[in-house]
Write a protein that binds this ligand. Structure first.
Ligand code: ZN
Ligand code: ZN
Length: 391
């Protein structure tokens, strides 16, 4: 029993570290232990590593590492693209090698040999489409089109010029310092795709996430059915029931079943665990992006709104404290105010609080349906805006 708990603990710890590493910077994890672990893995540990290098190799060693970092993180490079292809390739290869001999099996027909290949192929195609499609580059030739498609809200987007491209910066666009270009409806720079996600390729990006989520689920279920078929064909449950007596429930037999599976099918089990974890991460990521799409927000804008709201709150606090100061000056001038009842004070405070609530007024949110339509059919490509440009 003790060994089982150690295994469960180990699994949960691994899951926590993996999730913290991949998703720790997401807004939902703000202020939680997951964000702190993420910070340690991504910055803290790296910082200690740099100090260690300085002690061992001097500042020259540190400069070498910083230039590698500059190449990997600040300039376009295909490292993560290659890693993605390696992960999907190796995973599929392991599945073919370990499990294709069980197809057709008790629960699976032979058709999965072909459908699985097709499913992986479509996944890679979606990856290539997102990686190599134009996210919506803003250039001098098309900037008027983008300016009319995306009006300024004068809250988080005001009229500005891109200092690098020397063209007006339309609302919702951003200059990506890695790609060194301005992109319309900028979402984020995706290292895995080595490309920005913007107006024109967010639909492919969403399709990529959804397809890979289903791909992982498909893999997990198929491998599960391979194992279930093996159990059935070897009559494992039957043999165990006879050996341990019929009164044993499935629950008490399950450790023996798991032991039998682990002894001969550990590749399949490892693959299942891996695919299940990745499918959970993809579900989270897809869910987050779906929420953004439905409310017509971009990842970039969530940061901008955060900044705006915290700035506005500070401003309100400053106003409140100056008002309090004024009131105290009046009081010292001799205009003694009658003491306020506790009830009135309470309500006054709560109504004051309501006044101070900073509202996020997203003018680009035009209802879930039209927002989704905007994802599928980008605004700047629509006839109304193209025509306006040619006028
Ligand atoms: Zn620019
Ligand atoms: Zn970029």
């Amino acid at each position: 029993m003790g060994v089982q708990w150690v295994l469960v603990g180990h699994g949960l710890l691994t899951l926590l570290v993996v999730i913290s590493f991949l998703c720790g910077q997401w807004p939902i994890f703000q202020g939680t232990i997951i964000e702190r672990i993420h910070h340690f893995i991504t910055f803290g540990a790296y910082d200690y590593f740099l100090r260690f290098v300085v002690v061992i190799c001097g500042s020259q060693g540190r400069n070498a590492i910083l230039s590698v970092e500059n190449y990997c993180c600040d300039r376009p490079n295909p490292i993560l693209q290659v890693i993605y292809l390696a992960i999907i390739g190796v995973t599929y290869f392991l599945i073919v090698k370990s499990s294709f001999s069980y197809m057709p099996g008790y629960y699976l027909s032979g058709v999965h040999r072909y459908t699985s290949f097709l499913a992986v192929g479509v996944g890679v195609l979606l990856f290539l489409l997102t990686s190599f499609s134009d996210p919506g580059t803003v250039k001098a030739e098309n900037v008027t089109e983008y300016l009319s498609a995306y009006p300024y809200d004068n809250i988080i987007f005001t009229e500005k010029e891109c200092s690098t491209c020397k063209i007006p910066r339309p609302a919702r666009s951003k200059h990506c310092r890695i790609c060194d270009r301005c992109f319309a409806r900028f979402d984020h720079h995706c290292g895995w795709m080595n490309n920005c996600i913007g107006e024109k390729n967010i639909r492919y990006f969403m399709a990529f996430l959804l397809w890979h989520f289903f791909l992982c689920i498909y893999g997990t279920i198929t491998l599960g059915l391979v194992l279930a078929g093996e159990l059935k064909e070897h009559q494992v449950i039957y043999i165990l029931t006879v050996y341990y007596g019929v009164e044993n429930s499935f629950y008490s037999l399950s450790p023996h079943v798991v032991q039998w599976l682990l002894s001969s099918y550990n590749t399949q089990i490892l693959l299942m665990v891996f695919l299940a974890i990745v499918s959970l991460l993809l579900a989270g990521f897809f869910g987050y992006h779906t929420h953004l799409c439905l409310t017509n927000m971009t990842t970039n804008e969530t940061f901008k709104w955060q900044d705006y709201i915290s700035w506005k709150r500070k401003l309100n606090e400053a106003k409140a404290s100056s008002a309090a100061l004024k009131a105290s000056i009046y009081a010292t001038n001799g205009e003694v105010m009658p003491p306020e009842s506790k009830w009135r004070m309470f309500f006054r405070r709560s109504s004051k609080k309501n006044e101070e609530v900073v509202v996020k007024d997203n003018i680009y949110d035009r209802g879930a349906f039209r927002n989704l339509l905007e994802i599928m059919c980008p605004l700047s490509g629509r006839r109304s805006f193209v025509d306006r440009k040619s006028e």
